[in-house]
Design a protein around this ligand. Structure first.
Ligand code: XMP
Length: 509
């Protein structure tokens, strides 16, 4: 295993991704992690990440310096490198010129981590500090025009530093450099596969849960579906899933899920049709945050009432992913300001005094998809686009009614069918329709119409934190618009949303 110390760089998750892409398991921990824990980890290598601070600032993050004396190879990236220099007796200074963007890396010495790297290659820099004196034992491995120490090494102690970011794609040989660190320097084996992960996780769940009972809130999304599959594999009938139909789902969604989980996968599942309850609570509510609060509260009540019927349940399973875990703590180990308000079942475990099982907590989304495929989940579910907990309620501007839900469901079904047929469903992050609270004039046959407007929204994104509007082909947009206006009663105009996030958001509410 490789340990990545999180000094706060926005690229931390990317480092972890790259390491795992090489088939090596790694975890990210804050610098406050005790040295004793690190010693117990059976590590093959340590990566110190970049970060926004300067090492000479009073409150910059630091880790126990004994980490550099364990005999384990260490790779410091950007701030991580500067931390090494400062700790081991070198000098870091504010650079004369801040270097940001592309630079040409010129190799001076081909130590192990530059194996098979050409003498000149493109790297990506982002730093305001530079190394002005190397610590004893180190020598310069590479420079750029602006940075005399762009890479350094002490091969005898297996300590390496890079001023540039090997984890970003703009560093053209970055993957090879990380590969060299993992395999040539650390002697890692390529054994992190989803198959191995599934096997190990299933036995861990068995050990933790034993013959006790687990409840899981199934939403139909890929995360909760894969969680269900893993736990079912581990404990079979002792898992009960609860699916709450809030009446705000897309066309045929509940029925499809029932078929998959009950009929095909033979998983214990309780379907609760609470549509009427949700719609009643939402009557005449137009404010988006009020809608969210109401939906969250009704969900908790319905879920809890159903869960109480499952006698002797001690665990609640959740499909929490690694980015949620990383984002919900700060770079310095304390609780973070970023708390996702998107977790619908967040308050449940406390309220119901249940222990948590979160088998996906070390995985990224694309790994969850791979794991789902490995476990035999059908492609439709493996590749399902994210869908918000409050469902269509936050895609109907204004109050939610049965009638408006039907219109949006029909529109959405056409949109998804066409997006899938054109091969864009997996290429975009999300694609959906929004029903506007205004009407517009149109002409159908020889008559004037005064009907609803829908907006189509399709975005590309890596993690939903930022997003760009998808450049869907005009012909595809034309076909979708034609079909919606012809097939869905009550809609006479279709518009396309061409805003990015930020400053807009993905959902309209
Ligand atoms: P925004 O609209 O904030 O959305 O750009 C980012 C991602 O989060 C989803 N989203 C939600 N998911 N409950 C959820 O479970 C919510 O209230 C909610 N609001 C937004 C959105 O679909 C996108 O993937």
């Amino acid at each position: 295993m490789i340990l990545i110390i999180d000094f706060g760089s926005q690229f931390n998750q990317l480092i972890a991704r790259r390491v795992r892409e090489c088939g090596v398991y790694c975890i990210i921990e804050p610098p406050t992690i005790p040295i004793e824990r690190i010693q117990e980890m059976n590590l093959q290598g340590i990566i110190l990440s970049g970060g926004p601070c300067s090492i000479y600032e009073e409150h910059c993050p630091r880790i126990d310096s004994r980490i550099l004396e364990l005999g384990i190879p260490v790779l410091g990236i950007c701030y991580g490198m500067q931390y090494m220099v400062d700790t081991l007796g070198g000098k870091v200074q504010r650079a004369l010129k801040r270097e940001y963007g592309f630079a040409e890396l010129l190799l001076e010495h081909k130590d192990n981590i530059f194996k098979d790297i050409p003498d000149k290659s493109q790297v990506w820099m982002s730093h305001g500090d530079s190394i002005s004196a190397l610590p004893p034992g180190f020598s310069i491995s590479a420079k750029t025009d602006n940075t005399p120490v762009a890479a350094m090494a002490d091969e005898s102690r297996r300590l390496f530093g890079l001023q540039f970011h090997p984890e970003v794609v703009h560093t053209t040989k970055g993957k090879q450099i990380l590969h060299n660190f993992l395999f040539t320097v650390c002697g890692c084996k390529r054994n992190w596969t989803m198959r191995a992960f599934a096997k190990q996780t299933v036995s861990e769940i068995r050990e933790k849960v034993g013959d006790r009972k687990v409840i899981l809130g199934l939403s139909g999304g890929v995360d909760s579906s894969v969680t269900a599959l893993l736990i079912h594999k581990a404990i079979g009938a002792n898992l009960t899933c609860i699916f709450v139909d809030n009446g705000l789902l897309r066309k045929n969604e509940a029925a499809k899920l029932k078929l998959t989980f009950k009929e095909h996968l033979k998983i214990n599942i309780r379907f609760v049709n609470a549509a009427k309850l949700f719609l009643k609570a939402l009557a005449n509510v137009a404010d988006p945050e009020k809608k969210r609060k109401i939906i969250g509260k009704v969900f908790m009540d319905v879920f809890e009432a159903e869960a109480c019927k499952i006698k002797g349940a001690e665990f609640l399973a959740q499909g929490t992913l690694y980015p949620d875990i990383i984002e919900s703590r700060s770079a310095f180990g304390g609780p973070s300001a970023i708390i996702k308000s998107h977790h619908n079942v967040g308050g449940l475990p406390k309220r119901m005094k249940l222990k948590l099982v979160e088998p996906l907590q070390y995985l990224f989304k694309d790994e969850v998809r791979k794991l789902g495929a490995q476990l035999g989940l059908e492609p439709d579910l493996v590749w399902r686009q994210p869908f918000p907990g409050p469902g269509l309620a936050i895609r109907i501007m204004g109050a939610v009614t049965e009638k408006r839900l039907k219109v949006l469901r029909d529109v959405d079904a056409v949109l998804i069918e066409e997006i899938k047929a054109a091969g864009y469903y997996r290429k975009v992050w999300q694609s959906f329709a929004v029903l506007l609270p205004i009407k517009s004039v149109g002409i159908m046959g020889d008559s004037r119409t005064y009907e609803d407007i829908v907006a189509l929204r399709a975005v590309t994104s890596r993690d939903a934190m930022t997003a760009d509007w998808a450049k869907l082909p005009h012909r595809l947009l034309g076909r979708i618009s034609n079909r919606i206006i012809n097939e869905v009663n009550g809609v006479n105009r279709v518009v396309y949303d061409i805003s990015s996030k930020p400053p807009s958001t993905i959902e309209w509410e």
